[in-house]
Ligand binder design. Structure first.
Ligand code: UDP
Length: 471
């Protein structure tokens, strides 16, 4: 009996990973594969209901797509995000093995595609002799850095933190101040070891898909293709198949903020949103509100209450109470020109709206791609993970963003917020460069475009693989 060729996708925790994974699934479905997305039941968070409705809408929209939810695992004891993530995946491995083994007996699995943070499952995929791929949901620059990192650390006696803001050199990247490297790799310890374990597993895969397009990151892609990121070892083929972003039409009811945007002049609104987990102290929220108010700009701002325990970013949060979090009278005074949303906005649709002219962002990669695809210039205010590195590339290489200063050490002042928001909304050069970048992004995924060609090359490799051998 002939089985349908199928692809299994295994994203890491959180909407930031699930959203591009669905877009990746659609590409494979269009190429005739059936797709299963394996989901780890997330720890409690204010976005778990968002995730449930996302899954139920996606399952009903695509008959060739199914979701498999692994049974809940006991929450790991560590509060360090990187350790927590890795440990959660490790604990889910037994259920993943059961699932993949039974799936293998009923379908022709052409690829198991792991998120980098699920690399602790690579052994299982190899054990079952299935073709293993990574879907790297950040930039080619970040991938080049991750691959080169083990080499770099072998040349460094102490910690990166000791280097202060001295530049670190990765193949294909502009010099990155050591202080802009992700917090997890700044000092040696548990998080560092967990991150490094992911980086060293990456080259073992049969291929790596990246959510980017080649012309956005020419230098980094060249370094990957030339194999200089992993000295002494072959780099697996890389496939730049992006930008994969949600198209903003999630099938649900139209959000009230979009109706509000309809009533605003073209490109007049600054949108502030900091990813699926970003949040600020009450003190920082008040300072931001002050700067925003004084900037005189129209705004749409997503505000989320900080986690109850600041050391535990994935942990529970109190209900967002805007009146308590924002300065007294702020909502009333800005009612005519601003809108504040609690916790979540339909971001892709917001960025695609003609009224939005600037985006204050944490520089998460999905947010960055969504801004690029809508041609909306950015004001970079990174918070965690590789976001500070992304900002360096956006500000210094692509020149489509300005930088919020002072966000690494304590509070960003209302003055800085006011000045930079004005610059963001008033700079013509920034807007023009972003508009040109958008055109290249759109071209990449049209017929014959660079990302479409990379996808077809990948599909050829998957179809050619001998089933059951992992080759
Ligand atoms: N997002 C959204 N509404 C929000 C916050 C986030 O739709 O209020 C979406 C956003 O459009 C993006 C994803 O969540 O697709 C966030 O991913 P990103 O990589 O930017 O950041 P992360 O959440 O991983 O830090």
């Amino acid at each position: 009996m002939e089985f349908t060729q199928s692809v299994i996708l295994y994203p890491s925790l959180g909407m930031g990973h699930l959203i591009p994974t669905l877009e990746l699934a659609k590409l494979f479905i269009d190429q005739g594969f059936s797709v299963t997305i394996v989901v780890i039941d997330s720890p409690p968070s204010d976005t778990s209901s968002t995730m449930d409705s996302f899954i139920s809408r996606a399952s009903s929209a695509y008959p060739s797509l199914s979701f498999h939810r692994l049974p809940k695992v006991a929450p790991p004891a560590s509060k360090l995000p990187m350790v927590f993530l890795s440990e959660t995946v490790r604990l889910a491995n037994a259920s993943l093995l059961d699932f993949l083994s039974s799936k293998k007996s009923t379908s022709d699995i052409r690829a198991v595609v792991l998120d980098m943070f699920c690399s602790a499952s690579l052994d299982i995929v190899e054990e079952l002799h299935l073709p293993s791929y990574f879907f790297f949901s950040s930039s080619a620059s970040a991938l080049a850095a991750c691959l080169f990192f083990p080499t770099l650390q072998s040349q460094l006696a102490g910690s990166f933190r000791d280097l202060g803001s001295s530049p670190v050199h990765f193949p294909g990247l502009p010099p990155i101040p050591a202080s802009d490297l992700p917090a997890d790799v700044q000092v040696r310890g548990e998080s560092y070891d967990a991150a490094l374990a992911h980086f060293v597993r990456l080259p073992r895969a049969d291929g790596i898909m990246i959510n980017t397009f080649e012309s956005l990151e020419k230098r980094a892609v060249r370094a990957l293709v030339d194999g200089v990121c992993v000295p002494g070892r072959a780099t697996p083929p890389v496939y730049c198949i992006g930008p994969l972003i949600a198209d903003g039409s999630d099938g649900g009811e139209r959000h009230e903020c979009l109706a509000w945007l309809d009533a605003q002049p073209e490109r007049s609104v600054v949108f502030l949103c900091f990813g699926s987990m970003g949040s600020f102290s009450t003190e920082q929220l008040k300072e931001t509100a002050g700067g925003l108010e004084r900037s005189g700009q129209r705004f749409l701002w997503v505000v989320r209450s900080p986690p109850s325990d600041p050391a535990y970013p994935f942990g529970p949060r109190a209900e967002t109470e805007l009146e308590a979090l924002l300065p007294e009278g702020f909502l009333e005074r800005t009612r005519e020109r601003g809108m504040v949303l609690e916790s979540w906005a339909p971001q892709a649709a917001v960025l695609a709206h003609r009224s939005v002219g600037g985006f204050v962002s944490h520089c998460g990669w999905n947010s960055t791609l969504e801004a690029v695809c809508s041609g909306v210039p950015m004001l970079g205010w990174p918070l965690y993970a590789e976001q500070r590195m992304n900002r360096v590339s956006l500000v210094e290489e692509a020149k489509v963003a300005v930088a919020m200063e002072g966000c690494h050490n304590g509070l960003v002042s209302a003055d800085e917020v006011e000045t930079k928001i004005r610059r963001l909304m008033e700079s013509r050069a920034l807007g023009e460069r972003m508009a040109a970048t958008k055109e290249r992004a759109v071209a990449a995924r049209t017929e014959g475009g660079e990302s479409t060609l990379a996808l077809l090359e990948l599909v050829r490799a998957l179809r050619k693989a001998t089933p059951g051998t992992g080759a």
